[in-house]
Design a binder for this molecule. Structure first.
Ligand code: ADP
Ligand code: MG
Length: 244
């Protein structure tokens, strides 16, 4: 593996009595694409949110590029910028234009001059195929277009790693491919990515590794090819028999 970028060691987290992350050990190399898959409620979203420090954890450690996750304040803001996150619901600012959605972070958090932020935003919108929509508002775009804007908005902060939590599961089927294509291109360009998805086509095309989670644990990890054709654990076999 390449030099590790995101490293989780013995991470444990509870929601009350629920042991939602159980001794999670996971190391993600620079440029690596890891697909996280598993039944609903297994802790996949919590894992992403914990890496982004949207959730706290009790024991263990998480480092990003060698730095431990900060608790609060300026350092936390910097970490949030280093770790891009794309959610199932696109979470764009409804009352701002597409362009403003993409420039807001760089202008406010990174103090990038407006003209520079807009130039960069237009390049990113071009890259995800929605530059011609820059002056519109989110509600005027399709779900697939909005999700591509959300990806551009994350990229505008120059993240070291991008987390995607079921980015296509709220989309109509005909829009899934246009979002996955953008993600595949990003993967090929060398972005480090953690992607929660059940889209096996994406996993086969872009993932270096599939991590299978169940009941708060990493049960199995392997290359996409090996995982999908020959899962070893009963839980993975059972899960795949239901989604394939
Ligand atoms: P997944 O993304 O794999 O479907 P989640 O990480 O969303 O799973 O949830 C894992 C478990 O944690 C579920 O049982 C869920 O109900 C519970 N959970 C998630 N968020 C919270 C929360 N904020 N408070 C209490 N329980 C939660
Ligand atoms: Mg989830």
């Amino acid at each position: 593996m390449t030099e590790p970028l995101v490293v989780l060691k013995g991470v444990n987290k509870h929601f009350g009595d629920l042991h939602v992350l159980q001794d999670i050990n996971l190391s993600i190399g620079k440029g690596e694409v890891v697909v996280v898959i598993g039944p609903s409620g297994s802790g996949k979203s919590t894992l992403c949110r914990t890496i982004n420090r949207l959730e706290t954890f009790e024991t263990g450690s998480i480092t990003i590029d060698g730095d431990p996750l900060p608790e609060e304040g300026k350092e936390l803001a910097r970490l949030r910028a280093d770790v891009g996150m794309v959610f199932q619901s696109f979470n764009l600012f409804a009352h701002k234009t597409i362009l403003d959605n993409v420039t807001l972070g760089p202008i406010k958090a990174r103090k990038v001059p407006k003209a520079d932020a807009e130039k960069r935003a237009m390049e990113l919108l071009e890259r995800v195929g929605v530059a011609h929509q820059a002056q519109k508002f989110p509600a005027q775009l399709s779900g697939g277009q909005q999700q591509r804007v959300a990806i551009a908005r994350s990229l505008a902060m120059d993240p070291k790693v991008m987390l995607f939590d079921e980015p296509t599961s709220a989309l109509d089927p005909e829009m899934i491919t246009e979002v996955l294509d953008v993600m595949v291109a990003l993967a090929k360009e060398g972005m480090t990515m953690v992607v929660v998805t059940h889209e096996m086509g994406f996993a086969r095309k872009a993932a270096n590794r599939v991590v299978f989670m169940a009941d708060g644990q990493i049960v199995e990890e392997n290359t996409p090819e090996a995982f999908f054709t020959a899962p070893t654990s009963d839980r993975a076999k059972d899960f795949l028999s239901k989604i394939l």
